[in-house]
Ligand binder design. Structure first.
Ligand code: GRF
Length: 203
């Protein structure tokens, strides 16, 4: 009997997840996959430095995790080549708190995503990460913040935007409380963006 395309379960999307810190976004992926909400497989986690909590989270989930440090390579190109070699065969590379600049090889253009904890194009760019982003939003007196999922190009926090989610900035907010509220939106936005990408994948 012929099984039509409609009858077949869609295959899990194959992900590589790149981390530089606590791995909170990685943990969100792990939890959503385990809960059956994200039809994905994390083939590899790449950490840009040793000793970070994200590596522990990856190991606890039984994921293949490699540490690839920028300082071990003479150039960004060689560093990026080493990373993308490990990503061969994955559908999508997800930057998840990844802090090193990468040179995207042609075959991965449009297949590398990032999440930024603000509404790009504002509050992004080199050095804009962690609590600095939220402090900048507070300093500007913004009433709304949020997160942005975008494709990665050669500029920091710059490539085509896939989706954004917003949240309120409260008068009582500190950078930490705002970061927490934005992260609630990130936990929805990144899996949504992955599912959107997945819906356009061919078998
Ligand atoms: C997320 O808040 C995301 O916006 C940014 O990095 C954070 C995750 O970092 N790109 P970590 O994985 O908890 O270190």
């Amino acid at each position: 009997m012929r099984v039509s395309r409609m009858d077949r379960a869609p295959r899990p999307i194959q992900l590589a997840v790149l981390i530089s810190g606590s791995g909170s976004t990685l943990q969100n992926f792990i939890d959503q996959i385990a809960a059956g909400k994200l039809n994905a497989k994390i083939g590899i986690v790449i950490a840009s430095r040793p000793g970070i909590l994200g590596i522990e989270r990856a190991k606890k989930a039984g994921l293949n995790c490699e540490i690839i440090e920028r300082k071990k390579f003479a150039s960004e190109e060689e560093f990026s080549r080493a990373i993308f070699e490990r990503c061969a065969g994955v559908d999508l590379v997800c930057l998840a708190g990844w802090l090193s600049h990468l040179t995207i090889p042609p075959e991965f253009v449009g297949r590398v995503m990032n999440i930024h904890p603000a509404l790009l194009p504002e509050f992004g760019g080199k050095g804009m990460y962690g609590l600095r982003v939220h402090q900048a939003v507070l300093d500007k007196g913004r009433k709304i913040s949020g997160c942005t999922v975008h494709f990665v190009d050669d500029e920091y926090d710059h490539g085509p935007i896939i989706l954004q989610r917003t949240c309120a900035v409260l008068p009582t907010d500190t950078a930490a409380t705002l970061a927490h509220r934005v992260f609630e939106e990130e936990m929805i936005a990144y899996p949504d963006a992955i599912r959107l990408f997945q819906s356009r994948l061919r078998d």
